[in-house]
Design a protein around this ligand. Structure first.
Ligand code: ADP
Ligand code: MN
Ligand code: MN
Ligand code: MN
Ligand code: MN
Length: 336
């Protein structure tokens, strides 16, 4: 007897990487083998030396095929054994290891938009729908578009065993959010990439496309972000560590730009200072402030411990990158 393994990896598409996958039939009980692919078709190699290597790093039950079938997330390597330049997970591994004793955990809020027939799902054929106001956490056929897809996606993520912790309808028609967390940096990132794959794959069954573009509709419509909630053991135990982390993120302008420049393509289009955002190049933090770069939730101030929310990452951010930057910046400051 056999089972199906869907090998999933992150490609080299510029400026935002895409997910790719292919299926391998394996004998029952077989270990997940190293595999390969044609890197010249994914912007990860030249045609004359195109082989790239897939190494399984995380697997879970395949909630679509069921049975013993699995989803297999991979890292991409060159044939000489070195990590491929698009392999950002390989950069996170040593940083997560270095600061492991601080027990950093993350919750990422993934916003995204559905598109149908080339238009934002819920937009009329001609013109625009009613302005933003009624859609966020809405109910009813005039407010909500794509709930059947969202419910099925949630069910599948839970069946796969992902650290999936919630959903909500967002502020523009056809815009939604799901959250993964709170778990360590590698886990939140692996689970988020697999949850993204399941989202594209599930919406495909409804002939609906998904985009994690940061500003999918120009004009007076919210962009799509990936608020990244973060804490260490010290932050979960006391307020001084919360402030240390907030200060470290704004220690100087170079630090601010190091982060925002790697927080996803099109950050300037989304972090305009309007639509519940702070300007991309001006760092600020504050309690309950959804217009700040970093928000300290109100309960965290009341309880004098907890976590912070970096509101800057775009929906199209690479979670391996944002978690690495946060651990690097905040854990090194907290170590002092
Ligand atoms: P909001 O929309 O109010 O910003 P959400 O409920 O969408 O908040 O998301 C909150 C996120 O915070 C969740 O992903 C959750 O996993 C995460 N979270 C909760 N507690 C912690 C913590 N101590 N450290 C890191 N992340 C946390
Ligand atoms: Mn072939
Ligand atoms: Mn949220
Ligand atoms: Mn949101
Ligand atoms: Mn948020």
């Amino acid at each position: 007897m056999t089972f199906k393994a869907e090998y999933i990896w992150i490609d080299g598409t510029e400026p935002t990487a895409k997910l790719r996958s292919k299926t391998r039939i394996l004998a029952d009980g077989a270990e997940l083998p190293t595999w390969g692919f044609d890197g010249s078709s994914t912007n990860q190699a030249e045609g004359h030396a195109s082989d790239r290597v897939l190494k399984p790093v995380f697997s879970c039950p395949d909630p679509i095929r069921g049975g013993d079938d699995v989803l297999v997330l991979c890292e991409v390597f060159n044939i000489d054994g070195s990590a491929h330049e698009t392999n950002t997970r390989a950069l996170l591994r040593p940083i997560a290891e270095q600061y492991a004793s601080q027990e950093a955990i993350f919750g990422i809020e993934q916003e995204y938009n559905f598109f149908k027939d080339g238009r934002p799902f819920g937009f009329p054929v001609n013109g625009y729908p009613a302005a933003q106001g009624g859609y966020y956490c809405g109910v009813g056929a005039d407010e909500v578009f794509g709930r059947d897809i969202v419910e099925l996606h949630m069910e599948r993520c839970l069946t796969a065993g992902l650290a999936f912790c919630g959903i909500n309808a967002e502020v523009m028609p056809g815009q939604w959010e799901f959250q993964i967390g709170p778990v360590d940096a590698l886990t939140v990132s692996d689970h988020l990439w697999v949850a993204r794959w399941l989202l594209y794959r599930t919406a495909e069954e409804f002939d609906v496309a998904v985009t994690i573009d940061a500003k999918p509709v120009k004009g007076d419509w919210n962009g799509a972000g990936a608020h990244t909630n973060f804490s260490t053991k010290a932050m979960r135990e006391g307020y001084p560590a919360i402030i240390t982390a907030c200060e470290a993120l704004g220690s100087d302008q170079e630090k601010v730009l190091e982060h925002v420049n790697q927080y996803g393509h099109g950050i300037q289009d989304r972090l305009t200072g309007l639509h519940e955002t702070a300007p991309w190049d001006v760092y600020s933090y504050g309690v309950s402030d959804r217009g700040a770069s970093v928000r300290i939730p109100w309960q965290v101030e009341v309880e004098q411990k907890g976590y912070i929310e970096d509101r800057r990452p775009n929906a199209n951010v690479d979670p391996y990158v944002v978690t690495r930057l946060l651990v690097n910046t905040c854990c090194s400051a907290l170590e002092k």
